[in-house]
Ligand binder design. Structure first.
Ligand SMILES: *Cc1c(COP(=O)(O)O)cnc(C)c1O
Length: 370
């Protein structure tokens, strides 16, 4: 049997009846943009995260970008300000910064957790630093107590890229409830996925929430009156309705992912495969199960020959992408090494014990030592 990396179709098939009923409700309502479904999802997701405000937007990138745009609008950020960001993140974290004419300052991660290393963040803080963007990579919270302390001490904004961390917990608080604001993505393969694009800004900052609620809708607070130059990035009523169904099952899905991770961690013992380090044993939501190997490409091919799909998150760091020629001189040896060594094993809430056993077995039969 072949093992897919993740099947979004299988994930949604479990709730097909409920999703279709929700879609029918939206179709019959005759109201498709910024209505009751979005408002209800915003309330429900705010309660889930433990924050005061959620603003539904078009996608995860826009969520991050609108947070920065909102803070510029409110005077907390200015063009040219520096934002500290992990070097080993999905390019959207960088793009949200540069889109706003801010300057990304990439920092090396802790190579065991893949998340920002607070000591290195502190070293990177300079006179133009105004914000830290922490990314909860692969579903585990970054060291938020340490990063919060740094942000307070240096009067910096702390923004969370929580696109991979819906429901993740650390030190008793959920992703999204640590920073000044956080951006979530509901891309279909995320832990909380819509059936299309979707995203949200979550925050306890009343002024920011109000500003972003306007910015996502052309900058309008009252119809045809525009205090801000906004954009069009709204969460659809249809996607909000899908997300309200899926939010009910998020904790159950996280539990299933944890069970897959538990079996991987118990079963895989190979001298060329380094298992992920878990800091928050109860709080990791396992968006991805990422191992490291100095023979990564061979391992990928080995798994493929056993019918198992694995992926690389990510093959080339943002500072080496052709899109960022100005960053090509930066050297981040740890980050660059991680990009050569990481491999994501199949992971998802619909993976059964047999598929997991097949992956474990294939890892155990990976070739001998060199
Ligand atoms: C998926 C993702 C995003 C972007 O989300 P989209 O909804 O695809 O725009 C941003 N940051 C990280 C870390 C992500 O994984």
């Amino acid at each position: 049997m072949s093992v897919p990396f993740l099947s979004a179709g299988e994930v949604n098939a479990r709730h097909a009846d409920e999703l279709k009923a929700a879609a029918a409700r939206v179709i019959d309502s005759g109201w498709y943009i910024l209505g009751e479904e979005v408002a209800a999802f915003e309330r429900e997701f705010a309660a889930y995260c433990g924050v005061r405000h959620v603003v539904g937007v078009g996608n995860g990138f826009d969520a991050l970008s609108l947070i920065l745009r909102g803070y510029k609008q409110l005077g907390a950020l200015r063009e040219g300000d520096e934002v500290i960001v992990p070097g080993n993140t999905f390019i959207a974290s960088f793009l949200a910064i540069t889109e706003n004419r801010l300057v990304p300052v990439p920092v090396e991660p802790d190579p065991t957790t893949f998340n920002l290393d607070p000591m290195r963040v502190e070293d990177a803080i300079g006179p133009r630093t105004r914000a830290i963007m922490a990314v909860h990579l692969y579903g585990q919270l970054a060291d938020m107590p340490a990063l919060s302390a740094l942000a307070r001490q240096h009067k910096l904004l702390l923004i969370e890229d929580a696109a991979q961390a819906h429901g993740a917990v650390g030190s008793g608080r959920k992703a999204g409830a640590w920073g000044d604001a956080a951006g979530f993505s509901f891309f279909p393969t995320k832990n909380l996925g819509a059936l299309g694009d979707g995203g949200a800004v979550v925050t306890d900052d009343d002024a920011l929430a109000r500003c972003i609620a306007a910015l996502r809708n052309y900058g309008s607070e009252v119809k045809y009156h525009y205090p801000y130059q906004g954009i069009n990035s709204r969460l659809d009523e249809m996607q909000a309705a899908m997300l309200r169904v899926k939010l009910k099952y998020l904790d159950e899905d996280i539990a299933r992912r944890r069970e897959v991770a538990r079996r991987y961690r118990e079963g895989i013992h190979h001298w060329n495969i380094l298992l992920p380090t878990v800091i928050h044993e109860e709080g990791h939501v396992w968006h991805l199960f990422v191992v490291r190997s100095d023979r990564r490409d061979e391992l990928h091919l080995h798994l493929e020959s056993h019918g198992i799909q694995s992926q690389v998150h990510y093959p080339l760091p943002p500072h080496f992408q052709p899109a960022y020629p100005s960053l090509h001189d930066i050297r981040l040896p740890l980050t660059e090494r991680l990009h050569r060594e990481v491999l994501s094993l199949p992971m998802g809430p619909t993976m059964d014990a047999q598929a997991v056993a097949q992956v474990v077995q294939a890892c155990e039969t990976f070739g001998g030592a060199r």
